[in-house]
Design a protein around this ligand. Structure first.
Ligand SMILES: [Zn+2]
Length: 221
C-alpha cells in the first residue's frame, strides 16, 4: 500500500541536486522556534504515550495561561518549556561558552532540570516549600514533560506555584551569580510566597497551601 503511494509521487524531470528540507516549517528552512515546537510535541508523546499530542499541548497551554499567577511568570514558564532560558548548557550549545558545569555546585552540567531539581540547593527549596509533595513525582526528561506531568497530577494552584518556585530558584541563582548575594532556601521560599500574596492570592484560593506560615529568613552574603 505504501509502495503504491510512493510510486505515484511525480518526480521532477529536471536534473536538480538533492537538498535538505526541514518539513516542520512551510518554507522548508530550519528555525529554532519550529524545533522548540517539535521538541514539545515529542515530550508530550513520551509523557502520555498518546497520538493526540496537539490536543495535549493545547490543553496544557490553555491551563497555563489561565493560572492565577503574574504574567511575567507565565512567560518565564513558557521560556523554560521552550528550553530557551540561558542556562550554561544552552549557552554552550550555541558555542558561546566552553564550560557548562553548574555554577552553584559544580557537580553536574547546568541544565534547566539540574537548576530546578538536581542541584542540592534547589532540592532544599522544594522541601521547604508549601508544595514539597511534588517531589514524590518523577522529574521527567525535560522541563516541558515535568511541567506537563505536574499539570496532569495536580490542580492548577499547584501547577502555578510550581512555576513560581522555579522562578524563585532562577531569581536566587541569578542573585548569587551576578550580585554575589546568596539566599537561603527559606529566603527563596519566602520570596515566592510573598510574590503570590502580593498578587492577591489568599490561602483558600490556593487549595489549602499555607502561604502565610511563619518562615525564618536567613540571608548570607
Ligand atoms: Zn548544581
Amino acid at each position: 500500500m505504501d509502495v503504491d503511494a510512493i510510486q505515484q509521487i511525480p518526480l521532477c524531470c529536471q536534473d536538480m541536486p538533492d537538498i535538505l528540507v526541514w518539513h516542520y516549517t512551510s518554507s522548508g528552512l530550519f528555525s529554532v522556534r519550529s524545533a522548540g515546537h517539535l521538541q514539545m510535541n515529542l515530550s508530550m508523546r513520551e509523557t502520555r504515550g498518546s497520538g493526540s499530542e496537539i490536543q495535549n499541548v493545547t490543553w496544557f497551554w490553555k491551563r497555563v495561561w489561565r493560572l492565577r499567577i503574574p504574567s511575567k511568570i507565565k512567560v518565564f514558564a513558557w521560556r523554560c518549556c521552550s528550553n530557551i532560558l540561558p542556562v550554561r548548557s544552552v549557552i554552550r550549545r550555541r558555542h558561546l561558552m566552553m564550560e557548562d558545569m553548574c555554577a552553584c555546585c559544580g557537580a553536574e552540567a547546568e541544565t534547566l532540570m539540574h537548576c530546578f531539581w538536581g542541584c542540592l540547593s534547589a532540592m532544599e527549596v522544594w522541601q521547604q516549600s508549601p508544595i514539597s509533595f511534588v517531589l514524590d513525582k518523577e522529574a521527567g526528561i525535560d522541563f516541558m514533560s515535568w511541567a506537563y506531568g505536574i499539570g496532569c497530577w495536580f490542580n492548577e494552584d499547584t501547577l502555578g506555584l510550581s512555576f513560581v518556585v522555579c522562578w524563585g530558584l532562577s531569581s536566587s541563582r541569578n542573585q548569587a551569580l551576578f550580585n554575589n548575594l546568596v539566599h537561603s532556601a527559606a529566603a527563596t521560599v519566602q520570596m515566592v510566597c510573598a510574590l503570590l500574596k502580593d498578587y492577591g492570592r489568599t490561602q483558600s484560593n490556593l487549595g489549602g497551601v499555607p502561604l502565610d506560615r511563619e518562615i525564618e529568613v536567613e540571608t548570607a552574603g
